[in-house]
Design a protein around this ligand. Structure first.
Ligand code: COA
Ligand code: AMP
Length: 634
């Protein structure tokens, strides 16, 4: 297997960071252009747990675009759009991308958007999504991108919380076999939200144009053409660059805040440290701009580093086949490919022997990175045997913005252990804690926690919600950030991330809250109580399953109620939830104090052995539940 510990400079680099954390980040910060360079690196007294680069000023868009044009790389490709779902593609040089971004920034400024104003972006995987994000960054405005697979109600919740002055959207998205009309979803969301954005820029796509709402909407391209290019506006390093909402343990999503300075420093640093890339290299992150992975490694990371980024509007399979990833990687000379294990499982299912892969010249591909969920060793071994390249699983979260653990190409790889997410990145003091907050010995499972302060690019707080930030992340283990992931560190320092400690499930690399789905089911008039659990799925990792107890006297067909519930979750949360199964049960297993035993239900559903919990109210219920779960298709 690739990598050898003697060749890797990981240990000494991690030790150097530990010995002088501020010195480490001060050096990393020198890779950027600053309007006011940082004199102070970290202020422990500012914000909830301290802030990075408190006295510095910069503009993220300048660092991602203008700086490279000024350095003579204007004609180098910055962004390659590859869209098998439309049959189109386009390449944008750094100069061309800078010009489009400057005009869109001008269009936003003409509508009153300035530093600190929020802009919600609800777009499919088109170049204009990245252009919109960078245009906000250029003005010092704060973007909040919402993934296209969310329903109107979820978009409305984000609009209500972020209170944007403007929204940027498109007439439609294209999913295999169907066109998703975005405009009706946007209109419904704005109608639902108590806050109404004053302006909307709508990209008209030829596949399905839409009617514009007079007085609010402008055609994106017309607004761009009519606008005057806007220069970059320097902001404080601690000013927000974006808000990205992610699932919390309740229906209300958490607005993860990312600042300009810390984000630019850590994400740019990761491009060389972790991915081993330099300017001119091609990176392809097969994700969506609606997720953190897309923010960091489709848009900001590659552009901050002067690389070429591929933006892919398609799927791993079906657009047109399971060879799509290998075709894109070969055609664009991709050096590093980053995706989620679920995409590989989908490819493996259709092309287990890699026949489609063999048709493409992957000579320039150097490494495959995986994140979003733990990569199961069989999938890692399968793709490693086909590619003969390093396959690197790395563990991170929306909250962190870049990896917590990994294997670091810039330092020389250490030997891989499939199933482990690697070792902590410099910047992270990772601890494994028991329920009382005591460190557990190596090899023992506990909660993975990061000793404060969090490194640059990690969330300084939640948008307008310091108290929720403290209670959700900092209170369980004083002095630490609680990742809500359980796992262990083995004798050699490798980190193994095993499961969440809360109600979050991971469906096709997407993070979803079963609590939010339970809120939707509980709102159905026939439902007395319910539980949603994540059950194993061979492609998506996990899929949700709802169990409901009906109110006394309900006489409707169970199958009809189940159909209602599936439709309700799709309508309220969106197709991304992949909620396809609901079953009626007579009772739910509970503890004597009334807590639903979701973990036991999940183990029964997954066919795992389980002990009858000593606190269970009535053990006979478990047999009833097992009978119902046996009928669920796997
Ligand atoms: N806009 C509208 N709808 C969307 C959407 C979008 N941007 N993205 C997904 N959806 C819809 C899909 O059409 C599907 O709807 P359906 O129930 O009508 O079929 C539903 O949401 C679930 O989508 P998806 O999770 O993509 O499942 P799938 O069965 O279509 O495809 C995979 C399965 C594994 C191929 C796919 O999930 C995948 O590519 N995953 C990679 C995930 C990833 O990149 N994660 C980022 C973390 S790194
Ligand atoms: P998200 O915020 O959507 O990126 O989801 C973050 C969660 O996904 C983490 O808290 C983990 O539960 C899971 N996750 C992401 N990457 C990995 C990985 N490489 N290994 C294990 N779990 C992961």
């Amino acid at each position: 297997m690739e990598g050898s510990s003697s060749a890797s400079r990981y240990d000494e680099t991690y030790a150097a960071w530990r010995a002088d954390p501020e010195g480490y980040w001060a050096v990393a910060a020198q890779a950027l252009d600053w309007d006011v360079a940082p004199r102070r690196i970290f202020d422990p007294g500012m914000g909830v747990y301290g802030r990075w680069f408190p006295d510095a000023r910069l503009n993220t868009c300048h660092n991602a675009l203008d700086r490279h044009v000024a350095a003579g790389r204007g004609e180098q490709p910055a962004l390659i759009w590859d869209s098998p779902v439309t049959g189109r593609s386009a390449t944008f040089t750094y100069a061309a991308l800078r010009d489009r971004v400057a005009r869109v920034a001008g269009a936003l400024a003409a509508r009153g958007v300035g530093t600190g104003d929020r802009v919600v972006i609800y777009m499919p995987m088109v170049p204009e999504a990245a252009i919109a994000m960078l245009a906000c960054a250029r003005l010092g405005a704060v973007h909040s991108v919402v993934f296209g697979g969310f329903a109107a109600a979820e978009l409305a919740a984000r609009i209500a919380d972020a209170q944007p002055k403007a929204v940027i959207s498109a007439s439609c998205g294209i999913e295999p076999g169907r066109v998703v009309k975005y405009k009706p979803l946007l209109d419904a969301a704005i109608a639902l939200s108590p806050h109404k954005p004053q302006h909307a820029l709508i990209l008209q796509r030829p596949e399905q144009p839409c009617e514009l709402t007079p007085g609010r909407d402008t055609d994106f391209l017309e607004a761009e053409t009519a606008a005057t290019p806007h220069p970059c506006v320097p902001v404080a390093a601690t000013d927000p660059l974006y808000i990205l909402y992610t699932s919390g343990t309740t229906g209300a999503p958490k607005g993860i805040l990312r600042d300009n300075g810390g984000h630019a420093v850590a994400v740019l640093h990761s491009m060389s440290l972790l991915y081993g890339l330099k300017s001119g290299d091609v990176m392809w992150t097969a994700s969506d701009v609606g997720w953190v992975v897309g923010h960091s490694y489709i848009v900001y990371g590659p552009l901050l580093a002067g690389c070429t980024s591929v933006l892919y509007e398609g799927k791993p399979v079906g657009t047109p086949d399971a060879g799509a990833f290998w075709r894109v990687a070969a055609q664009h000379g991709v050096k590093v490919l980053f995706t989620a294990p679920t995409a590989l499982r989908a490819i493996k299912k259709e092309d287990p022997e890699g026949r489609l892969l063999a048709r493409h010249d992957l000579g320039r591909l150097e490494a495959l990175f995986l994140a979003g969920e733990r990569c199961d060793p069989p999938t890692a071994e399968w793709v490693h045997a086909l590619l003969h390249r390093p396959v690197i699983d790395h563990w991170w979260q929306t909250e962190t913005g870049w990896t917590i653990t990994g294997n670091f190409r810039g330092l020389g790889l250490f030997p891989a252990r499939f199933g482990s997410g690697g070792k902590p990145a410099p910047g992270y003091d990772l601890r494994v804690l028991d329920e009382a907050g005591r460190e557990v010995p190596r090899g023992q499972i506990g909660t993975l926690a990061i000793r404060l302060p969090l490194p640059p690019s990690n969330l300084p707080t939640l948008w307008n919600a310091d108290a929720r930030f403290r209670s959700a992340y900092l209170e369980a283990f004083p002095g630490h950030y609680n990742t809500s992931d359980a796992g262990m560190v083995d004798a050699d320092g490798y980190v193994w991330v095993m499961s969440r400690t809360d109600d979050i499930i991971n469906v096709a690399g997407h993070r979803l809250s079963t609590g939010a789905m339970e809120e939707v089911l509980a709102a159905h008039p026939d439902v007395a109580e319910c539980a949603v659990i994540g059950v194993k799925d061979s492609v998506k990792g996990q899929v949700p399953l709802g169990l409901v107890v009906l109110k006394a006297g309900v006489r409707r067909e169970e199958a009809e109620i189940a159909r209602d519930l599936v439709a309700l979750v799709r309508e309220r949360i969106g197709p991304v939830a992949a909620f396809k199964e609901a079953r009626v049960v007579a009772r739910l297993p509970k503890t004597r104090s009334g807590k639903i035993l979701r973990g036991t239900i999940r183990r029964i559903a997954d066919g795992e052995t389980y002990a009858v919990p000593p606190t269970i109210d009535d053990p006979a219920i478990l047999d009833e539940i097992a009978g119902v779960l046996a009928s669920v298709e796997k």
